[in-house]
Ligand binder design. Sequence first.
Ligand SMILES: C[S@@+](CC[C@H](N)C(=O)[O-])C[C@H]1O[C@@H](n2cnc3c(N)ncnc32)[C@H](O)[C@@H]1O
Length: 273
Amino acid sequence: MNFSPSTFAYLARMVREHSAIVLDESKSYLFESRLGPLLYSEGVSDIDELAHRLRDDRFGPLRRKVLDAMTNNETWFFRDLYPFEALKATILPERMRSRENEKTLSIWSAACSSGQEIYTVAMLIREHFPGLLNWRLTLLGTDISEAILERARAGIYSQLEVNRGLPALMLARYFRQVGRDWKLEKSILEMAGFRWINLSSAWPPLGCFDVVFLRNVLIYFPLEVRREILAQVRQVIRPGGYLFLGAAETTLNLDDRYERIPFQTSFYYQPKS
Ligand SMILES: C[S@@+](CC[C@H](N)C(=O)[O-])C[C@H]1O[C@@H](n2cnc3c(N)ncnc32)[C@H](O)[C@@H]1O
């Protein structure tokens, strides 16, 4: 490692206190690969000097930039496909029946990163369930990084990002080219809203959701934080509602009050009644 053990301990503690993400010494390479561009843009010679500056900038912009750089924001449209197949084949038809009287439907992408997950849901609804556009529809994306939420709100994606997972038909129908990037059409942008929420500290009042996407974020947290979050998610899922986790995540041995429902090659979850 090209920086001192005390710098490693300081940075790892800062990340853990902010987001609950645990980075042990086997992950020290992440500091080097992710902070490299920041060293350059901030004109700092190495990570030890960066840590030195951070100690004088406890709540300032540099701290925010380091925390953002240390977070894995990887995401893509239609990621893993099966959750969206499940929405289309069973979940949305079921919700349309069970919520027919109220005509309200709420879907939450917790840890939404740059928005591809919740915008995938928006496109799927517009494509296959246009009747829902007359309902009170809430599509909420939340994340701990303000910078990534700004990107989500803008709905502008690079060629590389739209090449990853997005069917050509959806690109043609719901995006327009702006320079070398692609911008989502207003009709999709306006369906989703975004808010800052740290999943590992107290949540503001959120209301209830029919479907919660909590994918590829629990893996970064220690077991007790995963348990707390899964318990809190149960409180905000409407009776009969659904939870999706990432491919490497499960409720097993963490929270036995979820039922695991097989779908295609994977699972989704429902709080037991
Ligand atoms: C790997 S991305 C997953 C994005 C998307 N859910 C998916 O599966 O494609 C993880 C996201 O979790 C967010 N995150 C990390 N710690 C968080 C926390 N404590 N509270 C809320 N979001 C957090 C990161 O900022 C990042 O955008």
